[in-house]
Design a protein around this ligand. Structure first.
Ligand code: UDP
Length: 473
């Protein structure tokens, strides 16, 4: 029977894509393994999962998908305003099904490891009951991991919620964190989402190891604090395996718009274009979109900008493809015409990995989702960090203060960024001495990333250690 590694991502295409990439990475170097992926449909599925699974199944037959029933919980039954609470509350209800599927898989292969993502913490119990070594795949960086592992210590040192604290918090291995830079669902102790995060932070050390999408040269300080055992108090820190950078090419987007935007980029001078793109979920208010447009226009720089509609009260379109933005209505009058010789606005989605690899792209204004950060580093493109949700405010701190690969898009009161700030940061990124220094550091980090993934590199070695642990021979 084949040695098998089971991957259990939480619902949502982003989580699934990251796990698939991990599976492909394992198979590339260790093709004798088979990979099983447990797929949980979201209660409000966006519909993009099925075609993606079909595509992976046909192109990588060693990856098998096993569909779990939908999480039996309705979004309306969750008291928290944060969708994370739905996952933390819903996924434990799937434990029985996970158990059953693992038993089925074990009839035809030797399961050597179960790898879960952080919303699936409850599955640690399933792993334990079947005596399976259970690992986390942590899809953000090591600094963020250090933050989470130390949360139980902070929790026990205060009775207050983060939202009620005002002085900087100190964590081993990372720069000081302002309480308001803590991910939003964790700000209020009374919130179910906070409970879920705390449970994950407390239980993560029960795992056999934590696989992280980073590489040693990118985050040495955080990794040292982790390996010195400073982040987990009163128990050992599980081994950390940095296997990145793992690039998740999401594809997607309209095919002809993709061709248009890459063709346009190829007609622009080297390193002249700033790319603005804000992850899979980043949305701005109508007023903020106008302000970005004014800032971009005043900067005089070339740009490629992915624009979406502002958030809508009515979430009924969530089951469908998001509606296309009406650019003429959203952007300042005449903006598209005045900037047509040096700017391109793309609706909804751009092929980010391909865009970043184009020679003409010289800077990236990003929401600082970890995949975007890793993709920018691999392409050697310096950033301006404009966090919007999840752990992105933490990532900004690490990028700006520790790694020094990014400028910060500073918000004014209420989180609004005015046009002057957009203009200033874009100009600094593309034209100043500081921007040049950022670019040089980013290029050096790109080379370090390549070295980590090359034969004998730190990430290759970490993956080899895992493969050795998992192989039955
Ligand atoms: N992405 C893309 N085009 C877009 C927006 C996003 O290809 O217009 C991809 C991007 O390359 C990255 C992923 O979507 O791989 C976003 O992941 P990230 O962790 O940066 O942010 P998230 O969407 O999870 O907030």
């Amino acid at each position: 029977m084949k040695d098998n590694v089971v991957l259990y991502p939480s619902p949502g295409i982003g989580h699934l894509v990251s796990m698939v990439e991990l599976g492909k990475l394992i198979l590339k170097d260790y093709p004798s393994f088979s990979i099983s992926i447990l797929n949980t449909p979201r209660p409000y599925n966006t519909g993009s999962t099925t075609p993606y699974i079909n595509h992976v199944s046909s192109t990588t037959p060693s990856i098998n998908f096993h569909n779990l029933p939908a999480v039996p919980i309705s979004p309306d039954s969750i008291s928290s305003p944060h969708h994370e609470a739905l996952l933390f509350e819903g996924l434990p209800l799937n434990n029985h099904n996970v158990h059953q599927v693992l038993l089925t898989i074990s009839q035809t292969s030797n399961i050597r490891a179960l790898i879960i993502d952080f919303f699936c913490t409850a599955a640690l119990d399933v792993g334990a009951s079947l005596d399976l070594p259970t690992y986390y795949f942590f899809t953000s960086g090591a600094a963020c991991l250090a933050f989470f592992l130390y949360i139980p210590t902070i929790h026990s040192n205060t009775t207050k919620s983060f939202k009620d604290l005002d002085s900087n918090l100190h964590f081993p291995g990372i720069p000081p964190v302002h309480p308001l830079d803590v991910p939003k669902p964790m700000l209020d102790r009374a919130d179910k989402a906070y409970e879920g995060f705390l449970d994950f932070c407390v239980r993560m050390p029960e795992s056999k190891g934590i696989i992280v999408n980073t590489f040693e040269a990118l985050e040495p300080t955080a990794l040292k604090a982790l390996s010195d055992g400073l982040c987990v108090l009163n128990r050992p820190t599980p081994p950390i395996y940095c296997i990145g950078p793992l690039i998740t090419d999401r594809g997607g987007g309209d095919a002809s718009a993709t061709v248009d935007c890459l063709t346009w980029l190829d007609s622009q001078p080297k390193r002249s274009v700033v790319f603005l793109c804000f992850g899979s979920l980043g949305l701005f208010s109508a007023a903020q979109l106008k302000e970005i447009a004014i800032g971009l226009e005043k900067s005089g720089e070339r740009f490629l900008w992915v624009v979406r509609n502002p958030p809508m009260e009515d979430k009924s379109w969530r089951n469908l493809a998001p509606p296309e933005p009406d650019l003429d209505a959203l952007l300042p009058e005449g903006f598209l015409d005045r900037t047509k010789d040096r700017g391109l606005v793309v609706k909804l989605w751009a092929p980010q990995v391909e865009v970043l690899s184009r020679e003409s792209v010289g800077g990236f204004v990003t929401h600082s989702g970890w995949n975007s950060v890793v993709e920018a580093i691999c392409a050697g493109v310096p950033m301006v960090s404009w966090p919007l949700y999840a752990e992105q405010r933490l990532n900004r701190i690490f990028l700006v203060e520790e790694m020094k690969l990014s400028l910060s898009m500073d918000e004014s009161e209420g989180g609004f960024v005015n046009a002057d700030m957009v203009e200033k940061r874009v100009k600094e990124l593309m034209g100043s001495e500081e921007g040049k220094a950022l670019r040089e550091r980013t290029l050096a980090m790109r080379d370090a990333a390549k070295a980590a993934m090359a034969e004998g590199g730190s990430s290759k070695v970490a993956l080899a250690k895992l493969a050795e642990l998992w192989s039955g021979s």
